[in-house]
Structures are given as structure tokens and as C-alpha cells.
Design a protein around this ligand. Structure first.
Ligand code: ADP
Ligand code: MG
Length: 387
């Protein structure tokens, strides 16, 4: 095992990492940091929670100086991730004077115009950054390092045109890094358009079945909610995430959980940004124990102490499954993933199992009462009524 000394970081960065208390680099950090510091373009693939932010972040911090215009641009698929990556970079720049700003939609432009004028590093979602480019309120002519975090998602989420425009606005001579937990072959192919003689570093390993237990319940669609309610009440979880495929289902689930006084909050792309920020902050701080969300929260978000992931709906894309489950069992902790399957999920779920060869056990169905939703609020101590 090597130590951070191995990388010959500047004193500023070395001290900032020391301050974070990390003992040694993770595998992806060990393998990618020397290449990044040597200025190579690269594709980095490693499992969720393996420290990819520090891997590209150290290159970004080392290659940026105060007051020389926008030199590093990091693109992320979601606003929450942009904010999180910005916070991580600020920690890595603790001993270096740098201006780091996050730029994303759903909030007003005014403060962003001001912060973009003096930013050395920007972490942004593609849509809003493109808006700034079109308005001429950001100058990318000094960008020397461009990072796509969660690259596969960025390229398959319909951001491709925005990203292309952003890449083309930057100088040709720059370093480009793609990082993700999954780099499917089509993304690798696509990356050849943007990366120069890239090196692929992959340290992805299969899910550690000792740390991450996965299981499923077969349940009629009409009983899914009752089962979820039962599991949330019955299991001694730290924090739990409940994933739904659509905003509509998320809204329905949160509404009903609230009727039963479950300590839950919802997050999806249909909420205004202040609500989204508030939801994720309350959840991160442990003020709320259950986050009901769409895949907007599946990418890159790191929250300590998530012990349970419930897939209320099974995602249609196996890659989304990998990202959802990657929210738990992070940084050596244990976690459980529970899939609630009804008839229509079977084919899709088999496909996911096939593709990633997960070992998933059928769980013994707990006794679930059929819940009747009451128009009036029930008290938290009151059991669901039987039909
Ligand atoms: P990823 O992007 O690979 O999903 P993150 O960059 O979000 O992972 O990192 C996950 C967690 O691991 C964060 O809390 C981060 O601070 C922590 N971490 C990063 N590098 C190290 C390290 N070398 N040692 C210990 N913890 C680390
Ligand atoms: Mg990440």
C-alpha cells in the first residue's frame, strides 16, 4: 500500500489531504493520479464510493492558480452533485487561495454572473453552463483541464449537444478526464472523439457481497406500499433511500408515507432548487431518515450512514441499478438493498441480474397488513388498519 507522499504533491495539497485524515490513496487514486499529474487524458472507472473526486480533484487543484481566469471546469449531471464536488474541491484547496464556484440551473443568474467573473474553478451542470456561454458571461479560453464526472450519465442523459458545445468552446490544448462507476463500451467509443490518446484505468470490482447484502420480495403491486411501510418501520435502519422510477410515483409514495408519519422527504427533478437543496441537506445531516427519490439522487451523491436502499420500482436500465445500490455500503460500511418486485418487474430484474451477476436472495415475505389509506391523518403509534 502506498501513501500520499508517493505523488509528490505540492505542500498545499499535501497538507489539505492530511487535514482530511486520509491514511492512504484508494486504488483508483493510486493508479490515476500519476497519469493526471503527468497531463494525460484518461477514462477512470471505479466503483461508487471509491474516491474518484479526490483522484481528479488533486489534478485540478495542482494545475490551477489564483486569478488566471477559469482554468478548470468540472461537469456533473445533477445540481446536487455539482454542489458536493465543489465542497470536496474546497477542502482540497484548503491551503491554497482559489475561487471555486458551482453553477447550476433552478437558481437565479445574478450571483452566478458575479462569481464567474473571478472563478478559477467551476463545477457545473451542462445546461446552465451552456446558458452562460451563450450569454457571454463566462470565458472558457483559459480552460486547461476539463472533467466529466459520471461521464456515462452525462453522455446518455441527452446532455450530449450541450457538452459538445462546451467542449468546443474550450481550447484544443487541454487535458480531458472522464470519470464514472460504469463505462459501457459505447461511452468508451464516444470518448475517443473528445480525449487525446486516453489511458483507461479501471479498478471496478464486483460488489462485495460481505458488505452489501441484496435481496428481493415478490409482492403484488397493490401491496407494495404496505410492504415498504412495514419494512421502513420494522427495520432498524440508519438512513434509507427509496428509489422510484418517476416523479409521479415519488410524489405518491411520499404523500402516503407522510400520512403514516414516516420521517421522510422527497427529491426529484420537478422540485424547485431550494427544495432540492433543503431535502438533501436535511437527509445528509440525519434530520430526516428516509429519502424518497428518482435517479436524480443516484449519481455521485455521497451521504454517510445510508444503511438501506429500497427499489420501490426496478430501474429500466441496469446501469442505474449499479448507481442506486452504490449509495450504500460506501467506504467500507455495510449496507442492504431491498428490491420490491411485482409481476411486471420480473423480466427487467432478471436482465439486471444477468448483466452484473449479482448474488441476490429471495427474502421471506414479512407479514404485511393490507393498508387502507385514511383521509384523516393517523397517529404514528397507530397500526395500519386492516381491510
Ligand atoms: P466516488 O466519486 O468514487 O463515488 P467520492 O469521491 O464521492 O467517491 O468519495 C467517497 C468518500 O470517500 C468521500 O466521503 C471521500 O471523502 C472519501 N475518500 C476519498 N478518498 C479517500 C481516501 N483516500 N481515504 C479515505 N476516504 C476517502
Ligand atoms: Mg463521484
Amino acid at each position: 500500500m502506498i501513501s500520499f507522499e508517493h505523488f509528490k504533491f505540492s505542500d498545499d495539497l499535501r497538507k489539505s489531504i492530511e487535514r482530511l485524515g486520509y491514511q492512504s490513496p484508494t486504488k483508483i487514486q493510486e493508479e490515476s493520479i500519476p497519469l493526471i499529474l503527468a497531463g494525460r487524458d484518461m477514462l477512470g472507472e471505479s466503483e461508487t464510493g471509491s474516491g474518484k473526486t479526490l483522484a481528479f480533484g488533486s489534478g485540478v487543484i495542482e494545475n490551477t492558480a489564483r486569478g488566471k481566469g477559469l482554468q478548470a471546469l468540472i461537469l456533473t449531471p445533477t445540481r446536487e452533485l455539482a454542489e458536493q464536488v465543489k465542497v470536496s474541491l474546497c477542502k482540497l484547496a484548503y491551503h491554497k487561495q482559489l475561487k471555486i464556484t458551482a453553477i447550476y440551473g433552478g437558481v437565479s443568474f445574478g450571483p452566478q454572473f458575479r462569481s464567474l467573473k473571478s472563478a478559477d474553478i467551476v463545477v457545473a451542470t451542462p445546461g446552465r453552463f451552456k446558458d452562460h456561454l451563450q450569454r457571454g458571461t463566462v470565458n472558457t479560453s483559459n480552460v486547461s483541464i476539463l472533467v466529466l464526472d459520471e461521464a456515462d450519465r452525462m453522455l446518455d442523459m441527452g446532455f450530449i449537444d450541450d457538452i459538445e458545445m462546451i467542449i468546443n468552446s474550450c481550447p484544443n490544448r487541454k487535458q480531458t478526464l472522464f470519470f464514472s462507476a460504469t463505462i459501457p463500451p459505447q461511452i468508451e467509443k464516444l470518448s475517443k472523439r473528445y480525449l487525446k490518446r486516453p489511458i483507461k484505468v479501471s479498478t471496478r470490482k464486483h460488489v462485495d457481497s460481505k458488505k452489501l447484502k441484496q435481496g428481493y420480495f415478490d409482492v403484488p403491486r397493490s401491496l407494495k406500499f404496505s410492504l415498504l411501510l412495514h419494512l421502513l418501520r420494522d427495520t432498524s435502519s440508519k438512513l434509507a433511500m427509496v428509489f422510484c422510477n418517476t416523479r409521479r410515483t415519488t410524489d405518491v409514495v411520499i404523500k402516503h408515507l407522510k400520512i403514516y408519519k414516516v420521517d421522510a422527504v422527497a427529491l426529484h427533478g420537478g422540485f424547485p432548487q431550494n427544495k432540492r437543496t433543503e431535502a438533501i441537506e436535511n437527509f445528509k445531516e440525519g434530520k430526516i431518515h428516509v429519502l424518497v427519490c428518482t435517479d436524480v439522487a443516484a449519481r455521485g451523491i455521497h451521504v454517510d450512514n445510508i444503511s438501506h436502499i429500497y427499489n420501490y420500482d426496478i430501474p429500466s436500465n441496469p446501469i442505474d441499478y449499479v448507481h442506486r445500490i452504490g449509495r450504500t455500503a460506501r467506504a467500507g460500511e455495510e449496507g442492504q438493498v431491498i428490491n420490491l418486485l411485482s409481476e411486471e418487474d420480473h423480466d427487467n430484474f432478471s436482465r439486471i441480474l444477468c448483466e452484473y451477476r449479482f448474488s441476490i436472495n429471495k427474502l421471506k415475505k414479512p407479514y404485511v397488513e393490507r393498508v387502507v389509506f385514511c383521509s384523516h391523518r393517523t397517529s404514528s403509534s397507530k397500526k395500519p388498519r386492516m381491510r
